[in-house]
Design a protein around this ligand. Sequence first.
Ligand SMILES: [Zn+2]
Length: 170
Amino acid sequence: MTPLFQYVGPDSIRVAAQSSPAGYRIESGTALATWWRDHRDDEHGWVTYTIAANGDLSIAPRRSEHVACAGGGPVRAAGEMRFSRDGDVLEVTNTSTGFCPAEDCWPAVQSALDAAGLRHPSGFTFVAVFRRCPKCSARNLVKDEWFVCELCNADLPRTWNFEPGSTTSC
Ligand SMILES: [Zn+2]
């Protein structure tokens, strides 16, 4: 099993998410088709997704918070997915600023998609690199291999450094 990621985003979002519906569980292509019938394709097939501790895949409209989709968390992976009209997964990312999942959480996504019988890429089509600043604790999304905190300019570590259960600075 891949590791569990705790929510590391602002507490205000976590609290607000408690009154939002959890994501819709996708255990088959039929479940996915049912969900799309109720959600007009106004995001070009993009959705928010989370993989629960038990491996379940849940999706929600793209603007949803991951912590809401996950019913509070924790998760084995989180990010965004884009589906084709036929229900194939075209793109998958680990972009979740709420959970800041490590770059290598793909196996949890693959297992869930395989279990649901959905066709998918062989890995993340975009890998988000999240690091917590060791100096000011800010959550950073590293771009272009630039491992420098955008708030305080401190150097960021090369390896993922959000410890399970770590608290947020926000
Ligand atoms: Zn910093």
